[in-house]
Design a protein around this ligand. Structure first.
Ligand code: UDP
Ligand code: MG
Length: 260
């Protein structure tokens, strides 16, 4: 039997959710309003439950049961932000893809500006670039500031500073991203690496609508290490030099011991 593939929706909105029960209804309401205003009915919202332990999972099930625009993806356990997002990016089908966090720190209402900028600039990626971060701890602000600048010194890929994963992408960019097999993913860097024309949209990052950050220090550090080791050979070079130095010292010590 021949089946014709379903046409792609104009837009997919992809949002990873980990213990976001306090944000989901508002996220759904604001994303739906933004999509309807920009592309009518031709959109899907992909919500990924990253093994939440609160009501997030059942809320996603409810939303997808009542609204055919919502596609729920339920992961088997907490796999972490980047892998949850990766799952959603493989499942979404849109011609253009908006990635947005579930906590509404990035306003869905910027969708229209992003679409228009993408058309005007003939760009493949419009990435949100934060001018200000409201309601984030001084530690988070300083560590992010230092991290993005350090990363740029260490890597050859130009990764724009002060960006998150909040971005609009073309289908051909996403197809390239989905072909990359990396396990330890730093998606914003991987998108930069792909190339094509990528332009910033400046915006003010808002406070989290509800709950608290799902990036405690340990996860943040692991994320930073994935970014640096994935995009720079400096750690590898450092390990090589350290190996050399240790073996030379070992040799000197051996010679000294033998001589003594
Ligand atoms: N998130 C996730 N899995 C995790 C941690 C976070 O899916 O293990 C999601 C989270 O629900 C949010 C996004 O990733 O939609 C970014 O997390 P968060 O807002 O806590 O990070 P921050 O903005 O504080 O850097
Ligand atoms: Mg957040």
């Amino acid at each position: 039997m021949l089946t014709t593939p379903k046409p792609r929706p104009k837009l997919s909105v992809v949002s990873p959710c980990y213990n976001e029960q306090g944000c989901l209804d508002e996220l759904y309401r604001r994303v739906t309003a933004a999509c309807k205003a920009e592309v009518g009915n031709d959109y899907e919202i992909v919500l990924i439950d990253d093994g939440s332990s609160d009501g997030t999972r059942s809320l996603i099930k409810e939303l997808s049961a009542k609204d055919p625009h919502v596609v729920g993806v339920l992961l088997s356990r907490n796999h972490g932000h980047q892998l949850a997002l990766t799952a959603g990016l493989h499942i979404c089908r849109g011609e253009r893809i908006l990635i947005i966090d579930a906590d509404l720190q990035d306003p869905p209402e910027l969708l229209g500006d992003m679409l228009r900028l993408m058309d005007a600039e003939k760009a493949d990626v419009v990435y949100g670039q934060r001018d200000e971060r409201k309601g984030e701890s001084p530690f988070k602000k300083v560590s992010a500031l230092l991290f993005y600048r350090l990363l740029n010194r260490l890597t050859d890929t130009k990764i724009p500073v002060d960006t998150g994963d909040f971005r609009l992408m073309s289908r051909r960019t996403l197809d390239e991203l989905n072909r990359m097999p990396e396990q330890h993913r730093f998606i914003r860097g991987m998108v930069s690496w792909i190339g094509f024309r990528q332009v910033p949209l400046h915006y003010e990052r808002q406070e989290r609508l509800s709950g608290e950050t799902k990036y405690p220090f340990k996860k943040m550090l692991r994320f930073a290490i994935d970014a640096i080791s994935g995009f720079s050979i400096v750690p590898l070079r450092f390990a090589t030099y350290l190996g050399f130095i240790c073996s030379i010292l070992g040799f000197i010590f051996f010679a000294y011991t033998a001589y003594s």
